[in-house]
Design a protein around this ligand. Sequence first.
Ligand SMILES: CC(=O)N[C@H]1[C@@H](OP(=O)(O)O)O[C@H](CO)[C@@H](O)[C@@H]1O
Ligand SMILES: [Mg+2]
Length: 546
Amino acid sequence: MDLDAITEYSALHPKPSGLILQYGTAGFRTKAEHLDHVMFRMGLLAVLRSKQTKSTIGVMVTASHNPEEDNGVKLVDPLGEMLAPSWEEHATCLANAEEQDMPRVLMDISVKAAVNLQQDAFIVIGRDTRSTSEKLSQSVIDGVTVLEGQFHDYGLVTTPQLHYMVYCRNTSGQYGEATLEGYYQKLSKAFMELTKQTLCSEDEYRSLKVDCANGIGALKLKEMEHYVSQGLSVQLFNDGTKGKLNHLCGADFVKSHQKPPQGMEMKSNERCCSFDGDADRIVYHYLDVDGHFHLIDGDKIATLISSFLKELLLEIGESLNIGVVQTAYANGSSTRYLEEVMKVPVYCTKTGVKHLHHKAQEFDIGVYFEANGHGTVLFSKAAETKIRQLTKELEDEKRKAAAKMLENVIDLFNQAAGDAISDMLVIEAILTLKDLTIQQWDALYMDLPNRQLKVKVADRQVISTTDAERQVVTPPGLQEAINDLVKKYKLSRAFVRPSGTEDVVRVYAEADSQVSWDGSIEKMCGESLIPWVVGVVVGEKRKPFQ
Ligand SMILES: CC(=O)N[C@H]1[C@@H](OP(=O)(O)O)O[C@H](CO)[C@@H](O)[C@@H]1O
Ligand SMILES: [Mg+2]
């Protein structure tokens, strides 16, 4: 390691002294102007991780659904998954080392992690459409180059596309070809195969309105459009030509405000969906004939997908196990429906995709979705091999067709990460195959009314939780107080946790709409429960907003 060169180049990406950042649930995220040194250093760290794992590592420059002025960076591990927790700590140490200490901290990491510095390193880099992303990704490249790592810059890609590239490169192309063309080909082939029988009918092309959050999803969907145009016609809104990224539109806005995005013409009963700013989340929505807005979130997406998969499994007659993984934010109705009606085992993990992904790997088929629309389905190697084998061996036509469908579903899902484009194609294929309208899908179960708020507090770490964040441990007394309140209302549930991505505390509450008191759920959550919980959390400093 040429420490002089590192010191020299680092001076071109100086750390503002005293700035402390944390590698959180989704990497580093903050105002773009504070990130130059972090990018350079993540370039360095990616090289060490690549040498240690003897694999290609990804670096994605994005702040997802956060405002345009923000930016962020996260590292992608060899199989397309999130960075290992021990390396998150290294990332935090390296990002926070004062300028003069940085080379030493870098050396320490390489010693601690037993990195063989002689090993080659290869890094792939991607970025979203933020105006600051290009320059910041150049700083990543500076970091990679000073440690003599090789790299390929994919330029503008969605976050899940970068995860896909990493996965492809580390499986010698077995997962797919590590190019955008390879990604489009793989997904479109699976989609067209899945839906081809239904295309024989006289159906007019299925059309779908997509709110692209003025982000990268618009560019990539435009590139992909013609590959699937025989089976699906997409109409893009908020494509970045005029609006501001994530502003009053996109999956996060739609989910958290439970309102339609601006900039999208919605007629009643039309199927619409929204991506977030880096296209790794999707939610569906529509207006009914009375003009009421209906949101179909990650929970209902998981339900649609798992019921489809369960039917196919029954059809092929193989005892492959299936599990659904959710977080505490999953609507209680979805959990009940999955467990009681569909008889599928449901598990709850902490918030953050890495936790869900990890749990989902325990099943032959692991379906995971956050309520906000981030998720995918993982197939174990054994399940995949079995299914591919069945497509060849089965003689019964019906069973064989089901196995083929499952095979295409395996190829259509992005198994490296939740992916709005891939999930959208899966959902469209299922709706077509089952001949379901968006209203029929929505009617699977009724969401319990719910509210989510964020609250600024002096120190969000005063709150610690357990039981997949559903129970508060500290401050003492808070959990008992929540218990006392929720037991007054039917089907009610509430929890409080510190955010892993923002300097806020999140408060969530849900309850039956028929609560036996004279107020509505609005009143219970908005006027009673949330401010009350907030009051306990922050005492005099309370300042709810949003
Ligand atoms: C309630 C909620 O939506 N939380 C989001 C948010 O995490 P927080 O730790 O809640 O800030 O950002 C994560 C990363 O994008 C995402 O995985 C997660 O679902
Ligand atoms: Mg995102």
